[in-house]
Design a protein around this ligand. Structure first.
Ligand code: ATP
Ligand code: MG
Length: 369
């Protein structure tokens, strides 16, 4: 139980691969923090640096008040779960779970007590005599978690621990990990490239791109108030629509179409570097009707995808393809149909293409807590 703080952390791999750039991050005690970002953005490197498996090129790592920057992994009191959970194949579950404690020469009674406690929490008490090859993927993953729990670490570090599991098991394990963390009250840093996983699990999310932190916030903060175009496009599914436009007085012009701005949006968008702007609207906030009405734009239906929980309709507007999402059965359309769409102005995002910053939500990278 400890807070984790990264101060101006840089990691440069030879020759000259600058992977983490001036990372400042405050992870609270008992917090479930998810690091999310595209492949190669530096998530695993960041986790390895917290673990001590990699050393920083520059900067500082603090666990609570202790500077651990130079400490080896075994002195950091943390436990890590990787994508390949790497159980020892020749050892049964009990031996796998107790391995670290036996290595640390703990008392056998204490070891058995910790194993039983962890096995109970994870509901694997009846599997203790089995070898890993006699377990399902989900059971193996639970043993890997058990191996962490028995050590009673101050910090859990998880690197894409669920990506080897099928979709159903993944969603079940997600729920189990959330419950586990709330029950053990241990600080947990969880890496994934899956924004749905990030949104559903995190107390707060850190969004990384190209070795730089783009935003740190609760799932609703990063969804409702994305700081820049990258966060806006990364969080949310289907992804946010972006349309290039030009500011003209108190309106935005997309080709021949005009959107009237409110006073507030007009003020905010006036702060842009030029009159060129990018308008952003989420598929799920877009409204569609078959009849024209004031404030609606005429579009042509492109593809209709029935996805079960929602229907995604792509449409052509101003020469480009955009997406919208509606409840199933809400609107039936065919390719080539004409329809009318509108966006609620209070949900609009406007980005400055020079800086990519969101002019509507001018928020800090990370709120000071
Ligand atoms: N030991 C290393 N030497 C040189 N470059 C490295 C080393 N380890 C990682 N990198 C580079 O650092 C960058 C970030 O790698 P990292 O593994 O942290 O990405 P990631 O965000 O975890 O990606 P993924 O989602 O694919 O796992 C990549 O460009 C990678 O090639
Ligand atoms: Mg990785």
């Amino acid at each position: 139980m400890v807070s984790v703080k990264l101060e101006k952390v840089n990691k440069i791999f030879a020759p000259n691969v600058h992977v983490l750039k001036d990372l400042d991050l405050n992870i609270q005690d008992k917090e479930f923090m998810v690091l999310v970002g595209p492949s190669g953005c530096g998530k695993s490197t960041c986790l390895n640096i917290i673990a001590g498996l990699e050393l920083v090129t520059d900067g500082k790592i603090m666990f609570g008040d202790a500077d651990v920057t130079e400490l080896p992994p075994k002195e950091r009191n943390l436990a890590m779960v990787f994508q390949s959970y790497a159980l020892y194949p020749h050892m049964d579950v009990r031996k796998n779970m107790s391995f670290a404690l036996r290595l640390a020469k703990k008392d056998p009674e204490y070891i058995e007590e910790m194993v039983q406690k962890a096995a109970n929490i994870l509901d694997i008490s009846d599997l203790l005599e089995r070898k890993p090859k006699e377990l399902s993927g989900g059971q193996r993953q639970r043993v890997a978690l058990g191996r962490c729990i028995v050590r009673d670490p101050s910090v859990f570090l998880f690197d894409e621990p669920l990506s080897n599991l099928d979709a159903k098991l993944r969603s079940q394990m997600r729920g189990e990990i959330i419950k586990l963390q709330k029950r053990l009250k241990t600080t947990l840093v969880y890496v994934t490239h899956d924004q749905v996983e990030a949104m559903s699990m995190a107390d707060r999310i850190t969004i990384l791109n190209d070795g730089c932190i783009q935003q740190v916030g609760t799932p609703s903060e990063v969804y409702d108030s994305p700081r820049n175009k990258f966060v806006a496009g990364f969080i949310g599914s289907p992804t946010m629509n972006f349309i290039e436009c030009v500011k003209d007085g108190k309106t935005l012009k997309f080709g021949d179409n005009i959107l009237k701005l409110t006073e507030a949006l007009n003020d905010k968008s006036s702060k842009a570097s030029s009159e060129n702007l990018v308008f952003g609207f989420r598929p799920e906030h877009t409204k569609i009707t078959s009849k024209p009405h004031e404030g609606a734009y005429k579009v042509t239906i492109n593809v209709v995808e029935y996805l079960g929980a929602q229907t995604v309709i792509s449409f052509e507007f101003s020469g480009k393809i955009f997406a919208m999402a509606v409840s199933p059965g809400f609107y039936s359309a065919n390719m080539g149909d004409t329809a009318y769409i509108s966006f609620p102005i209070e949900k609009a995002h406007i980005f400055d293409p020079e800086t990519n910053l969101n002019l509507v939500h001018d928020v800090a990278i990370q709120k000071i807590l």
